[in-house]
Design a protein around this ligand. Structure first.
Ligand SMILES: O=P(O)(O)OC[C@H]1O[C@H](OP(=O)(O)OP(=O)(O)O)[C@H](O)[C@@H]1O
Ligand SMILES: O=C(O)c1cc(=O)[nH]c(=O)[nH]1
Length: 233
């Protein structure tokens, strides 16, 4: 597997933290998946460093390939996006203090607060800011579209999205398993907004990993799932 070191290190930590699990899981979209990525398990200090470092490297690698890519705020949708956005700006500042030392983070409350400072945004104001959303996974795109709406409503400019894991699967629909390829939610968002949607790892990376280090049974189930739900983009 010819992945950059930060991706292989992240894959190793996903497996050791049990954040990448193989079995039978029901997704938010109700699709049944033979694997699940649980970013909530990156709760130990060394694991939070690992995931935030992988996000930060993915963002800086993209900024190197596209010098027009600039952002002021990392927005982490509640709940799992919150620690991810905060820890990632810390890592970005470690990588390049001059460039990222003034980058902010921000997140939404799921329920608006009606006392004290009030409102439902915590951290940087998004108004007039170039914003990148940091989340764990996009499947149907419901969560990310809610985050996009919040950014619009707050007057921010969405310039990119980064997730830990791109499942590379088509958007769920009533005729899900008819074998017809359709775009992924990520592909639709890229097309609709013309922005980069970056991922640290993809399903293809996991399948490559299973070929060398995983069980033949898991590999077969993931291959079957990919054949059934693979996106057309
Ligand atoms: O693309 P989708 O089909 O929307 O699914 C993916 C999202 O669903 C989960 O979050 P959830 O909304 O459950 O919130 P949480 O962060 O509070 O767990 C998950 O963390 C992703 O963000
Ligand atoms: O689609 C989802 O709900 C989902 C998939 C996944 O791999 N991980 C996760 O937290 N949510």
């Amino acid at each position: 597997m010819s992945l950059p070191e930060y991706k292989t290190a992240f894959m190793r930590d996903c497996v050791s933290a049990d954040a990448l699990k193989f079995g039978t899981f029901t997704l938010k979209s109700k699709r049944i998946s033979p694997y699940f990525f649980n970013a909530g398990l990156f709760h130990r200090a060394y694991l939070l460093r690992s995931i935030s470092s992988a996000y930060a490297h993915t963002l800086t690698a993209h900024a190197q390939s596209d010098p027009s890519f600039h952002f002021d705020v990392l927005f982490g949708p509640a709940y799992k996006g919150i620690p991810l956005a905060a820890a990632t700006i810390d890592k970005l500042a470690d990588l390049d203090l001059d460039k990222y030392g003034k980058t902010s983070y921000s997140f939404n409350r799921k329920e608006a607060k009606d006392h004290g400072e009030g409102g439902n945004i915590v951290g940087a104001s998004l108004k007039g800011q170039k914003v990148v959303i940091v989340d764990d996974v996009i499947t149907a795109g419901t969560a990310i579209r809610e985050a996009i709406e919040i950014i619009k409503r707050e007057g921010g400019e969405l310039v990119g999205i980064i997730v830990a894991f791109d499942r590379l699967e088509k958007t769920p629909s009533a005729t899900d398993d008819d074998g017809t390829p359709r775009p992924s939610a990520i592909g639709e968002i890229r097309k609709q907004y013309g922005i980069p949607v970056l991922a640290i790892l993809t399903l293809d990376d996991v399948i490559e990993y299973l070929k060398s280090l995983g069980s033949a049974e898991d590999l077969e189930r993931l291959d079957e799932y990919r054949a059934k739900y693979k996106a057309s983009d």
